[in-house]
Ligand binder design. Sequence first.
Ligand SMILES: NC(=O)c1ccc[n+]([C@@H]2O[C@H](COP(=O)([O-])OP(=O)(O)OC[C@H]3O[C@@H](n4cnc5c(N)ncnc54)[C@H](O)[C@@H]3O)[C@@H](O)[C@H]2O)c1
Length: 323
Amino acid sequence: MKNTKFSVITGVAGTIGSNLAGELIKSGHIVYGIDDFSLGKKKNLEFLNKSKKFKLIKCDVSNFEELKKKILLKKKINYLWLLAANSDIQAGIKDGNVDLVKTFMTTKVSIDFFSKYLSENSKIIFSSSSAVYGNIKKKINENIKIYNPISYYGEYKLISEIYLEDFSKKKNLKYLIIRFPNVVGPPLTHGVIFDFCKKILKKKYLKVLGNGSQKKPYVYVKELISCMIFLSKRKTKFKIYLCGPNDTGVKVRKIANEVVKIFKSKKKIIYGKTSYGWKGDVPNYNYNVTRLNKEGFKFKKTSLQAVQEAIRQNKTSLVNEKN
Ligand SMILES: NC(=O)c1ccc[n+]([C@@H]2O[C@H](COP(=O)([O-])OP(=O)(O)OC[C@H]3O[C@@H](n4cnc5c(N)ncnc54)[C@H](O)[C@@H]3O)[C@@H](O)[C@H]2O)c1
């Protein structure tokens, strides 16, 4: 018991958080998972209901007073995983406060609150995003320091990174920033595959946001979790990592075609006119993942394989839900 690792995950009921909790418990961690269930669902964590190693706490992590009331830990945290954020793109476009609170304050307040439970051996792992770069013409690597986010989400992820770096340096804490590309796989809570699968079942047409030429890298969630755990355990040379497969991504047009094919649907695909999906969407980017590969981790699935597997899995869960 003495050597059992203790992890705290914010945003545990979401796509990434629920998978991460499962894998950490499998590898022996005790996990306290926190979520306000604003976007994630309790049912995503049902598989952990009987686990003695998992504790679920309903709490808004952007609210310091609520954290103080609900959380009193008896031991130091080994790993603090900061995943709580806004994933409702439409809400974030309409109102800048959504990402201020759900993307930045969730991170800042969690760092402030949990710092008293951290020691020099603990590690804070922050889930950042390609959105911090905005529209960038060249292949992205970690040495590029040009940040031009074009969404509130991207801006607040960037500010969160800066806050985490600054705080950790002042308090002598270890931290890791992982910038994810698009993450797909069960349980899907949002995103292009979630949207297309819903449309193919419920709408007359599969209406695509944008002209379909948007091209981005995708990672399958299970592989992303392996990557996060791999990096968390290492004395990494760097503090920031891009993660993803070594390819140039998949076009949205291809994803729409794959959805039609996998669902064996005859529905027509209708494309928009813009080169981007929505205001704040970065239509094209790709990652140079040499730093991650040199550290010793390579994604096995290509972006296309990740997309195909996620569509198949989502089809199965939608069919099961219906029955
Ligand atoms: N999924 C992707 O493609 C992707 C890409 C880049 C970065 N990320 C980042 O990874 C993290 C996890 O993403 P995800 O795909 O699992 O999203 P998700 O929406 O499925 O999970 C986020 C979780 O945070 C919770 N949450 C939101 N506000 C909260 C609050 N105030 N208090 C407590 N919980 C709160 C939500 O209820 C949800 O369960 C996020 O930080 C996200 O920005 C995701």
